[in-house]
Design a protein around this ligand. Structure first.
Ligand SMILES: Cc1cc2nc3c(=O)[nH]c(=O)nc-3n(C[C@H](O)[C@H](O)[C@H](O)COP(=O)(O)OP(=O)(O)OC[C@H]3O[C@@H](n4cnc5c(N)ncnc54)[C@H](O)[C@@H]3O)c2cc1C
Length: 402
């Protein structure tokens, strides 16, 4: 049996696990990353695309932002459409901050390359991890590495294996409390091989349902439609998707560039938080600990934020024997987690007609939209949450002296 000894065993090579491994490396802490899927799958998985300013700054500050700076698109604001009107909100003017459009899979590629260049690439295709006792002198994971049964012994385990991963489920029953909300709709998402219709994101609130026009590059658009939670993709041929996008996004005949559609998928809308985010030698980060509905694009950014907190806490332990930040990991993270949950929930409520919504509720939503575009104070508060001012991981890392 092969034995691998490390300081931190990281389960999952998504944004949380890879950012954590990258920061630990910079802090001189040894780690191994164990990923269930193969490299091509992980690098090709299309998901989030909006990086808050603090996330983009962190990647830049830590030496993995060069391609993002070349290929990503910095957005100084976004457009909101409702009642046949178009409103632009400039986050740069409202709070001096921007967001960067750069696909999650590109962030993942850049981080995997950094791990590989550092001589510690993730182990891919590790699909049988069993987590042993988490409360003893060390943590033990059993799995198969390169076709051989293996034991990974570590001081700590970072559970960065997403919502359906194995680490959260390895905690004994009754130790964690889950808070959950399921929304009565989902998003149908596609990529279109067509230049975006505008330079910034377009959020369209329409009585037939919400629509979002986003982008991945100057030649690829990312489009979403609100659909029923149990929607069957087979009922959405491309012509129907295009017609519905035109109806919701372009009620006054605004342009929408059309091109071949691909990567069709349905994303369910759920809010989920587990408390505490740690147990014994296990620390959960990213989607393993919490899920947000995608409306405010916080999932990836929260995963990065957790990784920064955890890396700082582990570095404090190894550098100074200071256990305080590790003990306080849950408390530190939950502050920003619940803020992001609240912002995501209120944006979801604001943008989506709920099934069976009555005329009163529709008018209340419209009044809230009018306040957002008509009140400087409301717009500024929104811009701060949208760009992530309240939980800036780059500032947190700089503050930790790293
Ligand atoms: C379709 C879709 C669209 C999304 N769109 C957006 C968006 O627009 N904006 C936004 O902010 N967020 C979005 N999200 C959410 C965002 O992608 C996640 O919040 C983000 O990926 C979280 O990163 P993570 O590292 O915590 O988890 P993941 O990215 O889920 O990474 C977890 C990793 O662990 C691996 N893993 C799982 N189980 C095991 C196991 N047993 N052993 C080893 N490895 C394992 C997985 O293969 C995966 O690579 C979207 C999510 C989905 C599914």
């Amino acid at each position: 049996m092969r034995t691998v000894r490390t300081q931190v065993a990281i389960v999952g090579a998504g944004p949380a696990g890879l950012v954590l491994a990258h920061l630990l490396h910079l802090d001189g802490v040894r780690s191994v990353v164990l990923e269930r899927r193969d490299r091509a799958y992980v690098e090709g998985r299309v998901r989030a695309g909006l990086l808050e300013q603090g996330t983009a700054d962190l990647l830049r500050d830590t030496g993995v932002g060069r391609r993002m700076d070349r290929e990503g698109q910095v957005h100084e604001g976004f457009e909101l459409r409702f009642d046949g009107e178009r409103h632009r909100l400039s986050t740069a003017e409202l709070c001096g901050r921007t967001v960067t459009m750069y696909g999650q899979q590109e962030v993942v590629k850049d981080l995997i390359r950094a791990r590989t260049e550092a001589g510690a690439p993730p182990y891919f295709g590790v699909d049988d991890i069993a987590v042993g006792d988490l409360t003893g002198d060390a943590a033990t994971l059993r799995c198969t590495l390169g076709g051989q049964p293996a034991v990974v012994r570590a001081d700590f385990v970072a559970g960065c294996d997403g919502f359906h991963g194995v680490t959260r489920r390895s905690v004994s029953a009754g130790r964690l409390t889950a808070y959950e909300r399921t929304y009565p709709f989902a998003w149908l998402g596609v990529l279109a091989a067509a230049p975006p219709a505008g330079e910034e994101l377009i959020y369209a609130v329409h009585e037939r349902g919400f629509a979002l026009h986003s982008m991945r590059s100057p030649t690829v658009s990312r489009l979403y439609l609100q659909v029923a939670p149990d929607e069957d993709l087979a009922r959405w041929p491309d012509d129907r998707i295009r017609a519905e996008l035109r109806t919701r996004l372009c009620p006054a005949g605004e342009p929408l560039h059309e091109g071949p559609l691909s990567r069709h998928g349905i994303t369910s809308m759920r809010g989920f938080v587990v408390e505490p985010m740690q147990y014994g030698r296990l620390f959960l980060a990213g989607d393993a600990a919490h899920i947000v509905p995608p409306t405010a694009a916080k999932g990836l950014n929260l995963a990065v934020s957790d990784a920064v907190v955890l890396a700082g806490a582990l570095a404090a332990w190894y550098a100074r024997g200071d256990r305080g930040p590790l003990d306080g990991y849950t408390r530190t993270c939950l502050r920003h987690v619940w803020r992001a949950q609240d912002f995501s929930a209120s944006l979801t409520r604001l943008f989506h007609p709920y099934p069976g919504e009555d005329a009163m509720e529709a008018r209340l939503r419209r009044a809230r939209l009018r306040r957002l575009v008509g009140s400087g104070a409301a717009a500024t508060s929104f811009a701060e949450e949208y760009t992530g001012l309240a939980r800036d991981p780059a500032a947190a890392r700089r503050g930790a002296g790293a």
